[in-house]
Design a protein around this ligand. Structure first.
Ligand SMILES: *[C@@H]1O[C@H](CO)[C@@H](O)[C@H](O)[C@H]1NC(C)=O
Ligand SMILES: *[C@@H]1O[C@H](CO)[C@@H](O)[C@H](O)[C@H]1NC(C)=O
Ligand SMILES: *[C@@H]1O[C@H](CO)[C@@H](O)[C@H](O)[C@H]1NC(C)=O
Length: 380
């Protein structure tokens, strides 16, 4: 039933959003993606740093698949819309992964700023960019040797024609709340974005010309943050989200948007697109029932039961002894009713909603209009 409502919503979106401004071409031969768990398709798991358990992946891949969700991520839906295969993780070395149509450097837990001794993930943005540089150099080296790797590797022109996608910054902000005041966090945003700009510039200097930058979501609405920072109701907004976290996300996005404007002016031979993920996710959480969801904040896979079903000591699928009792963080009966999968990441249903909104072209700067063919290719 929830799914039906959603299809109707999306069809309505298609019909009301047709007459729109500028056209953007999605005929990219490859995608190079950088980010955190929002778009990690297997790097942190391949690196051996974390293990994902069932029921992760249950709704689509039937196994955890290296993704922090019950199914597909936004990046998977976008690849699908561009008629490209799912991105392989750069660190996935088993099973002859093909990188012909691109490569994913995103790793769960990563930050824009360099990792520290307490970071979960060493693959910060700068490292991901270095991994890309290594990837590109190695591809060109193999091509120069005249070996035929056409099935597995991109050709040289794919690096200039390819789409460079970014979804990172969430962990810089969310992580900082454990040790810094809101004012300190707000004051650190220019430093975070300067590091981001440095990485973008390296990619531009290497010939990247198509940039697709997601802003950060409403961190204050993540179950994990509500559980930890929202125990005092005065810290919550009218949607039940932690106000300070969303304030940090909004200022980050404002400055990120300004940076993309600056780059649009500076890189006149490049396409730089800013995508407002925050507004889409906040709209979903605010008006969830309209889109066929029943739970905007409570985690589907977790432990503790309502109202949050989240316990930071036990991750999705884990069984642990708490208070002398063995307990398991289990999945809910229908994850398509939930926005939050595990308290930190979105369900496939929510990711699909966000992707369909992105593809309307109305949440990006510059906006785009020729999305009809892509929307129709999305599978519901
Ligand atoms: C490389 O191999 C593919 C088939 O795997 C073939 O279609 C292509 O023509 C080959 N290219 C070169 C340069 O030999
Ligand atoms: C949610 O729905 C209400 C009522 O239609 C609307 O005023 C509001 O703009 C919507 N979005 C958000 C983010 O609140
Ligand atoms: C552990 O026991 C304490 C005291 O009885 C209780 O407050 C707490 O909620 C329990 N924790 C879990 C995870 O059951």
């Amino acid at each position: 039933m929830a799914t039906k409502t959603r299809i109707l919503q999306i069809l309505t979106l298609i019909s009301i959003s047709l007459p729109l401004a500028k056209s953007i071409h999605f005929d990219h031969p490859a995608v190079f993606n950088f980010g955190d768990s929002n778009s990690d398709t297997g790097n942190l798991v391949s690196a051996g740093i974390e293990t994902l358990l069932s029921p992760n992946g249950q709704i689509y891949f039937k196994n955890p698949s290296g993704r922090y969700s019950d199914g597909r991520l936004i990046v998977d839906f976008l690849m699908n819309a561009m008629e490209l295969p799912f991105l392989n993780a750069y660190l996935d070395s088993v099973g002859l992964p093909s990188f012909k149509k691109g490569c994913n450097f995103a790793a769960a837990g990563s930050t824009i700023l360099p990792a520290t001794a307490t970071s979960i993930c060493p693959f910060s943005f700068g490292i991901q960019v270095n991994q890309f540089l290594r990837f590109k150099a190695r591809v060109l080296e193999l091509l120069a040797k005249g070996k035929n790797f056409s099935k597995y590797l991109p050709t040289e022109d794919f690096f200039s024609k390819g789409l460079y996608m970014f979804d990172i910054g969430q962990n810089d902000l969310a992580g900082a709340f454990y040790s810094q005041t809101l004012d300190q966090i707000l004051a650190s945003i220019p430093t975070i974005l300067a590091e981001f700009e440095t990485g973008l510039k390296k990619l531009y200097d290497q010939g990247g010309r198509n940039f697709w930058i997601h802003n950060t979501g409403p961190l204050g609405c993540l179950t994990q943050n509500v559980a930890k920072f929202g125990t005092n109701p005065s810290r919550l907004d009218e949607r039940g989200c932690v106000s300070s976290h969303n304030e940090a996300a909004k200022l980050f996005n404002l400055q990120l948007h300004a940076l993309t404007k600056k780059l649009q002016g500076q890189y006149t031979d490049a396409n730089v697109v800013y995508v407002d993920i925050f507004s889409i996710k906040y709209e979903l959480i605010s008006n969830y029932s309209r889109y066929g969801f029943e739970q905007p904040i409570m985690a589907c896979c977790g432990y503790g039961g309502p109202p949050l079903n989240y316990d930071s000591q036990i991750t999705c699928g884990q069984t642990k002894t708490l208070n002398g009792t063995s307990v398991t963080a289990k999945g809910c009966s229908d994850s398509t009713d939930y926005v939050s999968w595990d308290g930190i990441h979105y369900t496939e249903a929510a990711n699909q909603f966000v992707s369909s909104k992105i593809l309307t072209g109305k949440y990006s700067d510059p906006p785009f209009s020729d999305k009809m063919p892509f929307l129709l290719k999305l599978k519901f």
